[in-house]
Design a protein around this ligand. Structure first.
Ligand SMILES: [Zn+2]
Length: 441
């Protein structure tokens, strides 16, 4: 049976842009995440940015979503977007997130309103928060602000609620917002084996904030599509994160000729990642890791940062890693690749060679002696069922005489004959008999 568990998260790199030129290089290698700040730090990219704000309403628990959680969640979402927005040449799109020195610039906004007050007040909650955001100095032109509200939502029967303006308000207009997700800390979705999908609610709302689904789309209805429940922008809500996709058929908001979609947005970046296709073969099974993250069954595709990545093959308990094929080669379980374009890698796992086991039984004929096993500490050899050994094990048997008896011979073990000590090579199921005889009176 061929199976492959993948565990991938690219903790080595926040694959976002840090250039002002559009032909940006992805940022690699931050080892520390930026703590959230109450001010907007200088933007790496002075162009169009999507800026993430951690919003704390009065009375809500601060789950400290900075310290990497939001950043990793956004990175996972960004890589998901890339993977699901590939064009005919296999190149995807990602979002121009606001970064500072190569790392996601997450801001903190503390509000004096409680969550109940926010929703009880007149007006659209994202707009109300947008006003406060502008007062706090977050009011850049060409910036879309995405709010993550850190608590469960009591207003809907699910633990999150996404809201966004559609059509979007004009960026740069005081108090404009944008997109908002209200959720428990659990919706900030770092990838793991238990949690293989990123925070797609956030992606859905960000897309609204970027103007999707445009009114020129074939199946458009108030910023959603009506044609396929697998579509992330489906009007009734996409049904299953594991099968969610973007503009199935490319007739609504992605690569549709004559209708500017995601690919036309100034908030979109090209070339931030490459696609790694992973597959496994062979008789064994295992995982390929490069940091964390997940794809439970293979083959899998991942958006990976360009630059150096390290893949590690981890065989399951009954398997051994054999070799790489494709962009990796050789039989070392670790492979370092310089990623500059889409690549595919195949890992071959074999089953661990298990020596067959054979059963050795030892019997005595005549009541005048016993057998002692000296090479292994196993009394079971002389018990009824004997005991089993890996093929080739050598077991030493020694006769012990009782008074009035003498040893005659071994049988069942070639070469032992009349020697007092018999070394049995266990290469087949074997019963060895020691024969004793009474001394003549
Ligand atoms: Zn929507």
């Amino acid at each position: 049976m061929r199976r492959l568990r993948f565990a991938l998260v690219f903790a080595v790199a926040l694959g976002v842009f840090a250039s002002s030129q559009g032909s940006a290089q992805p940022v690699t290698g931050p080892t520390q995440w930026l703590e959230r700040a109450t001010v907007d730090r200088p933007d790496d990219n002075p162009g169009f940015n999507v800026h993430v704000v951690d919003v704390l309403l009065r009375g809500n628990v601060d789950h400290r979503l900075d310290g990497g959680k939001i950043q990793r969640s956004v990175l996972a979402a960004d890589q998901w977007i890339y993977l699901h927005s590939r064009d005919n040449q296999g190149n995807g799109l990602s979002i121009n997130w606001d970064t500072y020195q190569g790392r996601l610039d997450v801001s903190l906004l503390r509000l004096t309103e409680t969550q109940d007050q926010l929703f009880a007040a007149k007006g659209y909650p994202p707009d109300r928060i947008g006003q406060k955001l502008a007062q706090a100095g977050f009011n850049k032109a060409n910036t879309v602000y995405v709010l993550v509200i850190d608590t469960g939502s009591p207003y809907v029967p699910v633990p999150y609620l996404g809201l966004a303006d559609w059509p979007p308000t004009v960026p740069g207009f005081p108090g404009h917002v944008t997109a908002m997700e209200i959720c428990s800390a659990a919706c900030v979705n770092e990838l793991s084996a238990d949690n293989p999908e990123p925070d797609l609610v956030l992606v859905h709302e960000v897309f609204h904030a970027l103007g999707l689904v445009p009114s020129c789309a074939a199946h458009q209805s108030n910023g959603h599509v009506t044609d396929d429940p697998k579509d992330l922008m489906f009007v009734g809500g996409y049904t299953d994160p594991s099968t969610a996709n973007l503009d199935i058929g490319h007739d609504d908001y992605l690569y549709r000729p004559g209708c500017p979609g995601l690919e036309s947005s100034p908030y979109v970046a090209y070339g931030a990642y490459a696609v790694l296709d992973l597959a496994a073969d062979g008789t064994g099974s295992g995982a390929v890791r490069t940091g964390g993250g997940a794809c439970v069954t293979g083959p899998c595709s991942f958006a990976v940062p360009r630059g150096l990545i390290v893949l590690t093959a981890i065989p399951d308990g009954d398997s051994v890693f054999k070799s790489w094929n494709g962009a990796c080669s050789g039989s070392s379980p670790t492979c370092t690749i310089a990623v500059s374009g889409n690549i595919s890698v195949r890992a071959t796992f074999g089953l661990r060679t298990v020596l067959p086991k054979w059963r050795l039984k030892v019997r005595t004929a005549g009541k005048g002696g016993r057998i002692r096993v000296t090479s292994v500490k196993m009394r079971c050899v002389v018990m009824a069922n004997g005991c089993s050994f890996p093929s080739g094990t050598r077991v030493t048997l020694k006769e012990i005489l009782s008074k009035g008896w003498h040893f005659v011979r071994w049988s069942g073990s070639p070469g032992c004959s009349t020697k007092p000590t018999c070394v049995v090579a266990v290469t087949a199921n074997r019963t060895v008999t020691a024969t004793f005889a009474a001394n003549k009176k």
